[in-house]
Design a protein around this ligand. Structure first.
Ligand SMILES: NC(=O)c1ccc[n+]([C@@H]2O[C@H](COP(=O)([O-])OP(=O)(O)OC[C@H]3O[C@@H](n4cnc5c(N)ncnc54)[C@H](OP(=O)(O)O)[C@@H]3O)[C@@H](O)[C@H]2O)c1
Length: 259
């Protein structure tokens, strides 16, 4: 059976940026598959929020780093919905170490890079099979502006997200001839549970102070850009990396000033 609504699969949608994106897509008429790894209750809360806004959604557990679980997830979506129009690869599969190279262990470093790439590799391959058969589809990767910056504590996250952004560009090249667009959103620091341990009020003040808008980025800011990319009219944008950083990179020291 085929869903009457376009279907969006959002990985890691039980909270944070993924949950906000799932809710935005629900508002835009997608039937949303709310993927999560362990937080069933939080995933159900995302589903309930989508339903409260008049949308439809289903929570589905799967560790996106596990090939067999990804296969089972994709098979279940195909059986339930018969189509996948949009894949948002968002899951925060492993917290990075913030250690500098001199004290960074190889296992921590390669563990982050591997988890980042495993979290997109298996699901991209599997969902692309469906999208190629359909002759259309969209993929959005959630990278980070960390890919553009060097500096204390950023080595692990920056290397992993640079690899992800490069991966996305290659997928765009391979998928384009099949009518599939592939874009990357690179948020700056976003107020989510992922940063709960490091985002002190002082750090928030510092980050907001370096933004030309004088504020932090919220999950809904990232979701708004994902929603815009997911609209029917965005047919000629692919291989793009869109920064959502409240203008953090505009000021001296940011990537645009180095260009
Ligand atoms: N927060 C930031 O400042 C920031 C900045 C730039 C980019 N990003 C990127 O934005 C994305 C979302 O970050 P966030 O801050 O919203 O993260 P978060 O609050 O830590 O939420 C992570 C989500 O990913 C899910 N997840 C983790 N491992 C998974 C796995 N193996 N399989 C399936 N789901 C998994 C979690 O589900 P469970 O709870 O069920 O495990 C949860 O729903 C990440 O890719 C992150 O790198 C974040």
């Amino acid at each position: 059976m085929s869903s009457p609504r376009p279907v969006a699969l959002v990985t890691g949608a039980s909270r944070g940026i993924g949950s906000a994106t799932a809710r935005e897509l629900g508002r835009r008429g997608y039937h949303v598959i709310v993927n999560y790894r362990a937080s069933a209750e939080a995933a159900q809360a995302t589903v309930a929020a989508i339903a409260a806004g008049g949308g439809t959604a289903t929570a589905m557990a799967a560790d996106v780093c596990d090939q067999a679980q990804v296969q089972a997830l994709a098979d279940a979506v195909a059986a339930d919905c018969g189509r996948i129009d949009l894949l948002v690869c968002n899951a925060n599969t492993r917290q990075p170490s913030f250690a500098p190279l001199e004290s960074l262990a190889w296992d921590e470093f390669i563990g982050k890079v591997t988890a980042e790439l495993a979290g997109v590799f298996f699901i991209t391959k599997r969902v692309l099979e469906v999208m190629r058969r359909q002759g259309h589809g969209q993929i959005i990767y959630i990278s980070s502006t960390a890919a553009d910056y060097a500096g204390p504590g950023r080595l692990c996250q920056s290397t992993a997200k640079t690899a992800l952004s490069t991966f996305g560009r290659h997928v765009a090249a391979e998928a384009g001839p099949h009518g599939i667009t592939v874009n990357t959103i690179a948020p700056g620091a976003v107020r989510t549970e992922a940063l709960a341990g490091v985002l002190t009020p002082e750090r928030e003040g510092h980050l907001a102070g370096k933004s030309v808008l004088g504020r932090m980025v919220e999950p809904s800011d990232v979701a708004a850009v994902a929603g815009m990319l997911a609209s029917d009219t965005m047919r000629a944008v692919t291989g793009a990396v869109i920064r959502v950083d409240a203008g953090y990179g505009v000021l001296e020291g940011g990537p645009s000033s180095r260009a």
